[in-house]
Design a protein. Structure first.
Length: 305
């Protein structure tokens, strides 16, 4: 595959303004305001937010990129899950916040906001983290209900080191051998979604299920792997639901030095963990004897059926 770096330390790669170059020089993530955490294998900070495959639209490949606009995705999930705008408060401060003000709020658990919460595996050891847990806290400090958010982009294959060097050295865009690891949709993303959805369905206070936030192209691949969007029948929010929320870049071009393009939500689709699992297990098989025919062809032997 071939791709170009499309966003670099929060700015369009073709933005050569002073502020864009300063961000690359200081290796600053514009979402967190701290050092970028995305690195090559040798530890050098890469600063790549988004790749653009030559034959398709830009694809966000850094999860933190989805936290732009002051973590708008959490506000979007909170509003959809709890159906009212409530202040989002770091988890360990939420009870005191609610009691002091006599006001309901949302306790947020996640990186930098009260710590990530682990889902244990059946054996009791290890387990998966969910990226965010949002708990609705009543004015008296009691937990009314909660929901969980999983945030995923897509891993890359190949190498974009030459593109990184060109941007660092002369702010020029070069084609790279990088690609996107779509196989992870089946190998990692969907199995984890199904597991986490089933665990959360057994939680008496998780009344709205799991929310999955991803780039729009990742949802398109998930839907394709599951047999098309029509196979994911819409359901109302419920303990067994999985709500897909997809995001893309705002299409209007940003002027030089304006940092990240805003994100726009392109889809919100609620189905159930059972429908996802059913579609995931419903594999479309090739015709019979494909291995035999391939062997015979390799051997140069005529296949008489």
């Amino acid at each position: 595959m071939t791709a170009e770096i499309w966003e670099f330390f929060g700015y369009r790669a073709d933005d050569d303004s002073e502020v864009a170059q300063e961000a690359a020089k200081t290796e600053t993530c514009p979402v967190t305001g701290t050092k970028c955490e995305k690195t090559f294998n040798d530890g050098i900070i890469s600063g790549v937010c988004t790749l653009k495959p030559i034959t398709s639209e830009p694809v966000i490949c850094c999860p933190i990129r989805l936290y732009a606009d002051d973590y708008q995705i959490r506000k979007d999930v909170s509003l959809k899950a709890f159906e009212q705008e409530l202040p989002l408060v770091p988890g360990r401060e939420a009870v005191a916040y609610a009691q002091d003000r006599g006001q309901a709020c949302i306790a947020v658990f996640g990186k930098g906001w009260g710590g990530e919460l682990r889902l244990p595996q059946k054996s009791g050891s290890g387990g998966y983290f969910v990226d965010w847990v949002l708990g609705k806290i009543d004015a008296d400090g009691s937990l009314l209900e909660f929901t969980a958010i999983e945030v995923q982009t897509i891993d890359t294959t190949g190498n974009y080191r030459n593109g990184f060097s060109a941007l660092k050295d002369s702010r020029t865009v070069e084609k790279t051998s990088a690609g996107l690891n779509w196989e992870n949709v089946s190998k990692r993303i969907l199995p984890q979604l199904i597991y986490k959805g089933q665990v959360l369905q057994r939680e008496e206070l998780c009344k709205r299920g799991l929310f999955f936030v991803c780039p729009e192209q990742v949802f398109e691949r998930i839907a394709k792997r599951l047999g098309g969007k029509d196979s994911l029948i819409r359901y109302a929010l419920q303990p067994a639901s999985i709500t897909f929320m997809a995001y893309g870049h705002e299409t209007e071009a940003a002027p030089a030095g304006s940092r990240l393009l805003p994100l726009r939500q392109t889809l919100s689709h609620t189905t159930t963990v059972y429908k996802v699992q059913e579609a995931f297990n419903n594999v479309t098989l090739p015709e019979e004897n494909v291995y035999r025919n391939a062997i015979l062809k390799a051997l140069g032997v005529e296949n008489n059926g």
